[in-house]
Write a protein that binds this ligand. Structure first.
Ligand code: HEC
Length: 166
């Protein structure tokens, strides 16, 4: 009987150690998996970062940066106001904004020439011309054509942002 108890005790202890060992191993695997996921995640973030930095830098001097971004925020506001005016049928007002705030005014022409990059200038001038076209289309009061022209103009925003950074 005593012997049976001892054997039973040994078997139990062995069983517990085996299960503890197995659990430790499982935890180890889990943390390894987690670590693996993390490093994949890091790799992806790294790829995304290098991808989005493929844009050409305009090497803007510090004192021009704030001014350029302020101009951009005005462009965004102009588009927003144009959409608001279209939605309430104020095509005349929308047309005015397109010509005055986004069109190829002498001021915009000067701005586009200031960056010292030919491709940037070409994109910028095409953008302002498309905004003048948008202004003309808005004047007709045709909703569908106006939205299509607005889309063309916004393609310029998207294209330039994909190509250049400050
Ligand atoms: C010819 C090039 C060009 C065109 C066209 C252009 N942008 Fe930009 N925009 C830039 C550059 C360059 C930056 C700086 C991006 C950077 O450094 O990451 C910028 C930045 C911006 C920003 C960020 C402003 C901030 O304060 O951070 C906004 C908003 C913006 N543009 C809106 C527009 C909108 C809306 C249009 C079209 C209606 C437009 N842009 C057209 C070149 C352009």
């Amino acid at each position: 009987m005593k012997r049976v108890m001892i054997i039973f005790g040994v078997v139990c202890t062995l069983g517990i150690s085996i299960s503890v060992y197995a659990k430790d191993n499982a935890d180890g695997m889990e943390s390894m998996m987690k670590h693996h996921h993390m490093s994949q995640h890091h790799q992806m973030m790294h790829m995304m970062k290098t991808d989005s930095d493929n844009r050409t830098s305009l090497q803007l001097p510090e004192e021009m940066k704030g001014q350029q971004l302020a101009m951009m925020r005005e462009h965004l506001e102009a588009v927003n106001n144009i959409i608001a005016d279209i939605s309430t049928g104020k095509f005349e007002a929308a047309s005015k904004i397109a010509h005055q705030k986004l069109g190829l005014t002498p001021e915009m022409k000067k701005m586009c020439n200031m960056f010292g990059n030919d491709d940037f200038r070409t994109l910028g001038l095409a953008f302002h011309k498309s905004a003048d076209h948008l202004g003309d289309v808005l004047k007709t009061g045709n909703m569908k054509r106006s939205l299509s022209a607005l889309h063309s103009t916004m393609n310029s925003c998207v294209q330039c942002h994909a190509t250049f950074r400050q």
